[in-house]
Design a protein around this ligand. Sequence first.
Ligand SMILES: Cc1ncc(COP(=O)(O)O)c(C=O)c1O
Length: 391
Amino acid sequence: MSDFIKENNYLDHAATTYVRPEVLEKMLPFFSEKFGNPSSLYDIAQESKNAIEEARETSAMILGCHPSEIYFTSGGSESNNMAIKGIFSNNTDFNVISSLIEHHAVIHPIEQLSNIGITTSFVEVDQLGLIKLDNFKKTINKSTKLVTFMYVNNEIGVIQDLKEISKIIKKYESDNNCKIIFHSDAVQAPGKLSLNVDDLGVDLLSISGHKIYAPKGVGLLYKRNGIDVEPLISGGGQENQMRSGTENVPYIVAFAEALRLSELERLENEQKMKKLSDLLISGINSRIKNYKLNSSRENCVPSIINLSFPGFDGESIILGLNFKGIYVSSGSACSSASIEPSHVLSALGLTEEESLASIRISLGRETTEDHIHEFVNSLEDVLAQLSSYKR
Ligand SMILES: Cc1ncc(COP(=O)(O)O)c(C=O)c1O
């Protein structure tokens, strides 16, 4: 564990995580003595190539797929772009369906597609953030080529029922004798939920390393064999022609090790997160009068908790907590530099004021009960201090 993590109260794991020591240890040799280019013929190159193939097998085992269906990328954004743009490169007279609460790494590529004439539909969610399945059923039509719904939302933690969505797609396919491709941005799911692609019924799935204690800048796209996706990057033909460029061997090795550990620890982690999030919510409930819980407990991963404090400004709460060594975020970390209300919270029906009064707390493997108590105490202090400025 890093000194920073030991000395502070880091509660922003949905934004990113540090590289855990076991992962760092595994990747380090590939920066120095095992530096060969996997495409070369001699022995150190073979060592690199074997390490990538081992990482592919490990990843495939966790996703329950064939290793040839795993493509390493630079992370969640690239995997999403590859899936979404790669499907449509030769097909402009088609339709793509997504939801109003996707990450910008899904929304923006879809908006780019709409600029070249592809029709796009964003399905609404209910107050809890669950996709309105009746609306979805009405939106699918004969020109639907791709459906992309995230597995776990990064701002509120809501889990979409991908199995059920896949059943709806399969029924439409069999009634209409067509094929619709189903992609999911699963960046926030590893270590929290099962990633078995056949159980989930997905054709494409995106994962990122830096949410699971691997470095930033590495991830994967699962692509079911037989699904046609045009590569985003062409060149030397690495990753079976799907993603050219000399492979980032240390990061790929690190990613697979982090994914393996996250799956190994998943059930134990789930129980721990549930206990800690219950403690956090009951602490807030007993100490803070006016708050709104934006993450329903039944449908969300316990480690992501989104709260609004009406009358307060989320950014000021974050900075007040930061002063005390506590790290949380507002809305999506990837857009936290802006003070626009979150599109996710707006889709749930929150007012602009409620949205700007929100913070996200996301727990991690090193979070303890003491961290939760410290957070609740400090939050109470920060809110009291901010109230005193208002008077
Ligand atoms: C749900 C979701 N999708 C995609 C991304 C982008 O992933 P990356 O940072 O690996 O590009 C993130 C990052 O926050 C995310 O939370």
